[in-house]
Design a binder for this molecule. Sequence first.
Ligand code: DQA
Length: 141
Amino acid sequence: MKKIAIINGANLNLLGKREPHIYGSQTFEEYFSLLQKDFPELQLSYFQSNIEGEIINHLHAIGFSYNGIVLNAGAYTHTSIAIADAIGGITTPVVEVHISNVYARETYRHHSYLSAKCKGVICGFGLESYRLALHFLASKS
Ligand code: DQA
C-alpha cells in the first residue's frame, strides 16, 4: 500500500474557524476522514504543526520512505528557505497545495520558496486541492 502523508503548517489547525469566507467551515479532521474513505488504497497519515522546525523534522522523518507528501505550509510557503531546503534534501516527491487561490490575494502570497522544489502545485480549489494532489500521487507509479 502506498504511504502518503498530508502535512499542514502554520494556522491550519484553525481550519473551520479561521476566516471561513476564505478557508471554508470544515475542520481538517472531518475532511481527512472523508479522504481516508475515498482513498482506501492509500495509507494516509496527517501531521500539523505551527512550528517551522517541526515541519522540517517531519519531512526528514518520512521523506525517504513514504511514496508521496502533500504539503500546505501555510504562510511558511512565502518565507521559508529552510522548508524549501528540506524538500530538496528528501527523496519523496512533494506536492504543494493551497486552499485559496494565492494569486488572487495579496502580492506577498504570490511567491513560494517551496514550488521549485516540489513536483507541482495545486491551489484555489478549497479543501479539494488536497484531493487533487492525492489523485496524482495515487496514480503515479
Ligand atoms: C494558504 C495560503 C497562505 O498564503 C496562507 O498564509 C495560509 C493558507 C492556503 O491554503 O490557501 O495560511 O496556504
